[in-house]
Design a protein around this ligand. Structure first.
Ligand code: PEP
Ligand code: MN
Length: 338
């Protein structure tokens, strides 16, 4: 349930409510909104009704949350969450963030060249995997910590914050040392120990939708991170597995407005993995902006034909630069900037 406080509730009344929640063995999550404070009551609250809270001073009303996720829901936090990185990158505001870069960090030259090119084209973050979840154990698995060091070097040169994947709970501390945003990949969306560990890492987390996960399951994955006290979570639609073979995955664009209705978290769209084909990335990027995405994640490579992973869906520098120009026009048409 959530407890909505009266608009003039005092700090002492708020503390009294928090104390009562804790006495019942539940956890309070306070959200200070522009107009009033809302306290999410989290934990096993089956069997506890509104009774113990209704009569407390400062309480306006009790709202049961019918969705299985609470902290991620719009009922708990009506205002959109904004995630700030450094001084000037905000994800979830009117400006659409663009995370661009190679699928995998392959070499110093490949990464630095790409970082410079995407920065010049107007990207807001640099992406690149150092730990790669590959379907085949024989495929390139990533440069691990050496790759993270190169990402940090690219950030130092370009000023772009970095988003990179962490695959196992034991690596969270290491990846968090370098990354600005921790990416939980589609194949790990329900790795609950990894999600919990990311929840305690003190860095924003980008969770990609599992290959056959429902949107409710995606929101519950976010709930694992949020329940650890980390409020900086964004969700990513990256295509799901369907019977259709024309594309690598089926980019479920309706997920964007659905998630915007259900949650306050920023929503990212990934037209690269969503289609698997370079020729389809521009149209699905523009469509993602029109659908309301707060951020985009796009794979770019200096020489896609030689890429060690996801070459067929990676854009060249020229293609990315051109796409950014088109994207600006669509963003303006829907009242946003890029
Ligand atoms: C990636 O971003 O390169 C990646 C592996 O994504 P996903 O987990 O969506 O497949
Ligand atoms: Mn990839």
């Amino acid at each position: 349930m959530i407890i909505v406080l009266k608009s003039h509730a005092t700090p002492a009344e708020r503390d009294g409510i928090i104390q009562r929640i804790e006495e019942l063995g539940l956890k309070p999550h306070v959200s200070e909104g522009e107009e009033r404070t809302i306290i999410g009551v989290v934990g096993d609250d089956r069997g506890i009704d509104a009774g113990p809270f209704e009569a407390l001073s400062g309480v306006d009303r009790i709202v049961p949350i019918l969705r299985p996720y609470k902290l991620a829901s719009r009922d708990f936090k009506p205002d959109a969450t904004r995630i700030t990185l450094g001084n000037d990158v905000v994800i979830g505001g009117p400006k659409i963030a663009v995370m661009a870069g190679p699928c995998a960090v392959e070499s110093r030259e490949q990464l630095l060249q790409t970082a410079r090119a995407v920065k010049a084209a107007g990207a807001t973050l640099l992406r690149g995997g150092a730990f790669k979840p590959r379907t085949s154990p024989y495929a390139f698995q990533g440069m691990a910590e050496d790759g993270l060091k190169l990402l940090a070097e690219a950030r130092a040169e370009t000023g772009l914050p970095i988003v990179t994947e962490v695959m196992s709970p034991g690596d969270v501390e290491l990846v968090a040392k370098y990354a600005d945003v921790l990416q939980v990949g589609a194949r790990n969306m329900q790795n609950f120990n990894l999600l919990r560990e990311c929840g305690s890492a003190g860095k924003p987390v980008l969770i990609k939708r599992g290959l056959s996960a429902t949107l409710e399951e995606l929101c519950l994955a976010a709930e694992y991170v949020l329940a650890q006290g980390n409020r900086q979570v964004m969700l990513c639609e990256r295509g799901i597995r369907t019977f259709e073979k024309a594309t690598r995955n089926t980019l479920d664009l309706s997920a964007v407005p659905v998630l915007k209705e259900w949650t306050h978290l920023p929503i990212v769209a990934d037209p690269s993995h969503g289609t698997g084909k370079r020729s389809l990335v521009p149209s699905m990027t523009l469509a993602s902006i029109a659908a309301g995405a707060d951020a985009l994640i796009i794979e770019v490579h200096p020489n896609p034909e030689r890429a060690m992973s996801d070459g067929p869906q990676s854009l060249t520098f020229d293609q990315f630069t051109k796409l950014m120009q088109q994207a600006r026009a669509v963003a303006a048409a829907v009242g946003r900037t890029l």
